[in-house]
Design a protein around this ligand. Structure first.
Ligand code: PLP
Length: 424
C-alpha cells in the first residue's frame, strides 16, 4: 500500500529563491542610480569604474591576464568564438549536455554546432570527441562544464593537443571548480562565465570572458562595444595592441552596466564562503540520495573539485511513465524536479533533440540514454540541513514507491502469464 502523500512531510519552500543582494552592493547601486551614471564609460573620463574594477578582480580570481565583462554568459561565449576567428559556417564541437544558450552562442557567432556524446557521468566522451573532430575538421571545442560536472581535463587537453583543437570553456556553472588543483576557466584559450540570477554570482544578467592573449583581449574589448573609450579598462593589454585592431573590429554592444558590476563586486568577495556552503548542501543531499538503490549519482574523480549550485542524479531503469509518476510524487510533496528526458523543452531545461536550429546532427544515442533518466534539483544557498535531508527523503521515497509498484505489477503479470497453459 502506498503511503498517502498528504500524511508525509512536505518541503515548504521555494527552491528558486535567490540570495538577497549584499547591503554594500545595494548601497553602491543606489549611489550610482542617484548619479544616473550607469554606462560603464564616460565621455569626459571614467564616470565611475565599477565595471573596470570588477574585471580586474575577476581576472585575478581566475588567475588570468584579462577579463572583459559583458551582458550575459551567452555573449561572452559568442565573443570567445569571435576572437578565435570563427568563420561563417565553421564547425564547433560542443558536448550534448548543455544549456540552449551554448549552441545559441555558436550560431550567434556564425558557426555550426557539432554535438558530441556524453558518458554516464554526464561529461564529454573523449572517444566521440576524437571521432567528431576528425569527421568535421573542427578547429574549436566549446566544452560546457554543464551543472558543474567537470570532465577529465587531462584527457580533454590531451585530445585537444592531439587534434590541434582550441578550447573554449563554458564555466557558467563552474565558478570555483578545479581539476587536479588547476582552476576551471584556466584551461581554455578563453573561458566564459555567467552572472544570470541562478549562477554563483547574481546580477540578473551579466557575463565574463577571461583570456591571456593580448590581441584576443583587445579584440574582445572592442567587440564588446568600448567605442574609443577602451583606455578606461583596467584589465587590458597595452594601448598599441588595442590600436592595432581598432578599425577592423566591429562594435557588438555587449557591455556590462555599472549597476551590474556594483551588485557583483561584493558577491565576488564573498564567493569562497558561498561556494563552500553550496558544496555542503550538495554533499548532504547526495549522501541521502545514495541510500536508494534506484538513484544513481555520477562518479566524481579524485582530481575533480566541483562547485555545485544544484544536484543531478539518474533514475536507474525507470521508463518514461514511471519517471513521470516519480516526478508527480515528488511535486506532490513540494519538491519540483527538472527532467532532461521530457519530450518537450520546459523552463530552462532542454536537450539536443529540441535544438532543431543546431542543424542536422549524427544521432547521439548515448547522450539521449543518459538524459532520459537525468533529474535536476535546484539548491538555494539558504537551504537548511533539515531541508536537505527532506529533499533526499522525498526523492528516495518516491523512487521506492514507483519501483515497488512496478514490482507488484510484474508479479501480477507473471502470475497471469503463468496461469495460461502453453505460454512461457
Ligand atoms: C546559464 C548558462 C549559460 C548562459 O548564460 P547566460 O548568462 O544566461 O547567457 C551558458 N551555459 C550554461 C551551462 C549555463 O548554465
Amino acid at each position: 500500500m502506498e503511503p498517502d502523500l498528504a500524511t508525509l512531510p512536505r518541503l515548504d519552500r521555494d527552491l528558486t529563491e535567490p540570495e538577497p543582494i549584499p547591503e554594500a552592493a545595494i548601497a553602491r547601486a543606489c549611489a550610482l542610480m542617484r548619479s544616473g551614471r550607469l554606462f560603464r564609460y564616460g565621455e569626459m573620463g571614467a564616470d565611475q569604474n565599477d565595471v573596470a574594477l570588477l574585471e580586474q578582480e575577476f581576472a585575478a580570481f581566475l588567475g588570468r591576464r584579462y577579463c572583459v565583462a559583458v551582458n550575459s554568459g551567452g555573449a561572452a561565449l559568442c565573443l570567445a568564438l569571435k576572437v578565435l576567428d570563427l568563420q561563417p559556417g565553421e564547425p564547433v564541437l560542443v558536448n550534448g549536455f548543455t544549456l540552449a544558450p551554448v549552441p545559441g552562442a555558436i550560431l550567434h557567432a556564425g558557426g555550426r554546432p557539432v554535438l558530441v556524446e556524453i558518458g554516464p557521468d554526464y561529461v564529454i566522451d573523449c572517444a566521440d570527441l576524437r571521432a567528431k573532430a576528425r569527421a568535421s575538421g573542427a578547429r574549436i571545442l566549446l566544452l560546457s562544464h554543464m551543472r558543474g560536472h567537470i570532465a577529465d581535463m587531462d584527457a580533454v587537453m590531451a585530445a585537444c593537443d592531439e587534434l590541434g583543437l582550441l578550447l573554449v570553456e563554458d564555466c557558467a556553472h563552474a565558478l570555483c571548480a578545479a581539476w587536479g588543483g588547476r582552476t576551471i576557466g584556466s584551461f581554455g584559450a578563453a573561458a566564459a562565465f555567467s552572472a544570470q540570477t541562478y549562477k554563483h554570482l547574481n546580477a540578473g544578467e551579466g557575463g565574463f570572458l577571461v583570456l591571456d592573449d593580448a590581441d584576443r583581449a583587445a579584440r574582445a574589448i572592442l567587440h564588446s562595444g568600448s567605442y574609443m573609450l577602451h583606455a578606461q579598462h583596467l584589465s587590458a593589454p597595452a594601448a598599441e595592441v588595442v590600436a592595432r585592431w581598432e578599425e577592423t573590429t566591429p562594435n557588438f554592444s555587449m557591455r556590462m552596466t555599472a549597476l551590474a558590476a556594483a551588485l557583483l563586486r561584493p558577491q565576488l568577495a564573498d564567493l569562497p564562503r558561498r561556494a563552500a556552503r553550496w558544496n555542503a548542501i550538495h554533499d548532504r543531499i547526495g549522501r541521502g540520495l545514495a541510500r536508494s538503490q534506484h538513484v544513481r549519482l555520477p562518479e566524481r574523480p579524485e582530481r575533480e573539485r566541483y562547485s555545485a549550485t544544484s544536484v543531478q542524479f539518474s533514475l536507474a531503469g525507470f521508463d518514461e511513465a514511471e519517471i513521470q509518476a516519480f516526478l508527480g510524487r515528488c511535486a506532490g510533496r513540494g519538491l519540483p524536479i527538472k527532467w532532461f528526458g521530457a519530450s518537450r523543452q520546459r523552463g530552462f531545461t532542454s536537450a539536443p533533440r529540441h535544438w532543431r536550429y543546431a542543424g542536422a546532427q549524427s544521432p547521439l544515442p548515448r547522450t539521449h540514454a543518459v538524459l532520459s533518466g537525468l533529474c535536476d534539483i535546484r539548491t538555494p544557498l539558504s537551504l537548511t540541513d533539515e531541508e536537505c535531508d527532506l529533499v533526499a527523503a522525498i526523492v528516495c521515497e518516491a523512487a521506492e514507491t514507483i519501483a515497488a509498484a512496478r514490482a507488484a505489477a510484474g508479479e501480477t503479470g507473471r502470475a497471469r502469464r503463468g496461469s495460461r497453459p502453453g505460454q512461457r
